[in-house]
Design a protein around this ligand. Structure first.
Ligand SMILES: NC(=O)c1ccc[n+]([C@@H]2O[C@H](COP(=O)([O-])OP(=O)(O)OC[C@H]3O[C@@H](n4cnc5c(N)ncnc54)[C@H](OP(=O)(O)O)[C@@H]3O)[C@@H](O)[C@H]2O)c1
Length: 286
């Protein structure tokens, strides 16, 4: 990708960058002068990415912070550890995600919703002051075109285990939550120096499809997968090149794109935000 050099104090925190789109994004950000902090489930599985960034001989050493998005306690600890580093935060990339994983998170939320939306919602909330105090910061949330297949939220169902057999409907709903979260965050940070972006990375050959039936993966491959390198381009565009004065837009193919009708429903976005605020402040199981 074309690179634009940033000064060395630029700091990016990215979730789920041990594999897939996140891994390429982290490496490219390091090449572009960012100090990269990777929040993920396993240091051991992230070590090859840290080694690869270190081998680039970039000025800033990458850092790993543990994060299990299915646990709000872990999200709180991750934010605490980040704040303890005493670094600014210019770029928060809510990238980690699951598709087709069924069940409940540790706090009793539907799995895709809990990991893809609620964990990132809390992480962003806890780092908002940090983002506000770091000049010209960006919050990028990796959503999906699948948000267009979302049916809206059954608020009760979000407190129950995944209902559909494939988990694909719940995935679509969680990706709608990503789009709505990003646009509502733009509204709530209006007048600050924070810009927000949500995006579809393309249909990319990564481990996200591990829970999908074999035939579905085959079908997707026939229709043409992007490589993770290609899949990282829209995130990198939003991180580095998209105009900072824009905020709240949804991107695909490195350009702003319309969302579904539900994706631009301001009332739904505000409702989701308010409910998410309550949910993350509740004791587990409530
Ligand atoms: N691939 C596509 O075609 C496609 C299309 C549209 C949108 N997306 C979106 O792109 C983003 C990146 O996905 P990908 O395709 O790169 O998938 P991937 O290769 O499966 O990577 C997903 C990342 O998320 C992490 N993760 C999963 N569950 C987590 C949890 N509970 N806590 C913390 N981290 C967790 C994974 O870590 P572990 O290794 O520990 O599991 C991994 O690092 C996702 O938000 C996805 O929805 C992907």
């Amino acid at each position: 990708m074309t690179s634009k050099s940033h000064n060395h104090e630029n700091v990016a925190l990215i979730t789920g960058a041990n594999i897939g789109i996140g891994r390429i994004t982290a490496i490219e950000l390091a090449k572009n002068g960012f100090k990269v902090v990777i929040a993920g489930r396993s240091l051991e599985r992230t070590q090859p990415v840290l080694d690869q960034i270190n081998s680039l001989e970039v000025h800033q050493k990458p850092i790993f912070i543990p994060l299990e998005l299915a646990s709000l306690a872990s999200v709180r600890e991750c934010a605490r550890l980040f704040i303890e580093l005493n670094l600014p935060l210019h770029l928060l990339i809510n990238n980690a995600g699951v598709a087709g994983q069924r069940g409940l998170t540790q706090d009793g939320f539907e799995m895709a919703f809990g990991i893809n939306h609620l964990g990132h919602f809390l992480l962003t909330q806890l780092l908002l002051e940090k983002l506000q105090s770091s000049r010209l910061s960006r919050v990028i949330t990796v959503s999906s075109r699948a948000h267009k297949r979302a049916s809206g939220f059954d608020w009760e169902a979000l407190r129950q285990p995944t209902k559909s057999w494939t988990g694909i409907q719940e995935y679509a709903n969680s990706k709608l939550a990503n789009v709505l979260f990003s646009s509502e965050l733009a509204k709530r940070t209006h007048g600050s120096e924070i810009s927000t972006y949500s995006l579809h990375p393309g249909v990319v050959d990564t481990e996200i499809w591990r829970a999908a039936p074999h035939w579905a993966r085959k079908l997707l491959r026939l229709r043409g997968f992007l490589t993770p390198e290609e899949g990282a381009l829209t995130t990198l565009h939003c991180a580095i090149h998209a105009p900072h004065q824009e905020t709240g837009l949804y991107y695909a193919d490195r350009q702003p794109m319309p969302t579904s009708a539900l994706g631009c429903n301001a009332k739904l976005a505000a409702d989701l935000w308010e409910r998410s605020e309550i949910w993350v402040s509740q004791k587990p199981g409530k």
